[in-house]
Design a protein around this ligand. Structure first.
Ligand code: OAD
Length: 237
């Protein structure tokens, strides 16, 4: 009998940092030089769609140049080898978990390689730039397509599945997130209140919610995540 059956893993920008994608907070980060309200709100898109498209077009083309790293690979190995369930909940809009082979991934903040039609609401795989001149492949209207991204003030996606996963977790890992943005920032408190799961924070540095975790491991994700996964698989085959 494995010690942990249902492993739930929340990931944030820190897990993709060593692949070459910027994090959101701190010097050199993605919001550095951009005000959130200029590029990541529905109001910003209504006011200046070209600026918002440009911001996400840049992020989409950057993503296509990078690869998953050893931390993503360790989590996909865990999913393959663990004798129980492994559910990733990611705040990241990149596809690096999927590219490294993880199958159970919930994208709560959307996916940059998808576009959504504002008129017919269809979602499409999308690797090219988007502009206000791009025509919806289904309803043929324009302007219509927007990045399939959850902006500030919008509802995160997959929340019902996420709540079920958190409820059934007996191990909760939080990797590479500063714990600044809700609802994800509140998951560890929910886990603690339910009192059923062990919780571990793996991050470059302690987050503000560090005191809510039972355990903390600090360092670069490409080092600490593979080490943690190897130990977990040995002790918990
Ligand atoms: P943040 O940029 O807020 O935090 C990234 C965390 O990763 C920080 O705590 C860093 O210390 C840590 N970190 C950086 N490099 C690392 C490395 N090599 N190894 C391990 N940890 C590292 O990013 P998130 O917490 O993901 O939302 O941000 C949450 C949300 O805020 C994002 O999904 C985005 C943003 O606003 C939306 O766009 C809706």
């Amino acid at each position: 009998m494995s010690r942990y059956q249902n492993i739930v893993i929340l990931t944030g920008a820190g897990i993709s940092a060593e692949s070459g994608l910027s994090t959101f907070r701190g010097a050199g980060s993605l919001w550095d030089g951009h005000r959130v309200q200029d590029v990541a709100t529905p109001e910003a898109f209504a006011r200046d769609p070209d600026l918002v498209h440009e911001f996400y077009n840049m992020r989409r083309s950057n993503l296509l140049k990078v690869k998953p790293n050893a931390a993503h690979d360790a989590l996909s190995r865990l999913e393959k080898r663990h004798n129980g369930s492994v559910q990733i909940i990611t705040q990241n809009v990149d596809d690096l978990h999927k590219r490294s082979g993880s199958k159970n991934v919930l994208h709560m903040h959307g996916e940059i390689l998808k576009a959504r039609c504002r008129n017919c609401h269809k979602i499409f795989d999308w690797k090219k730039d988007l502009t206000e001149e791009t025509t919806c492949p289904t309803c043929q209207t324009t302007p219509s397509l927007r990045p399939h991204i959850v902006w500030f003030g919008e509802m995160p996606l997959k929340m019902e599945e996420i709540e079920v996963a958190l409820y059934t977790a007996d191990l909760f890992l939080s990797i590479g997130t500063s714990g600044n943005v809700y609802p994800a920032a509140g998951f560890v408190a929910e886990i603690k209140n339910m009192g059923k799961a062990h919780s571990v924070e793996l991050n470059l540095e302690p987050s503000e919610g560090q005191f809510l975790f039972a355990e903390g491991i600090y360092g670069k994700a490409t080092k600490i995540v593979p080490e943690f996964v190897e130990t977990l698989l040995k002790e918990n085959p």
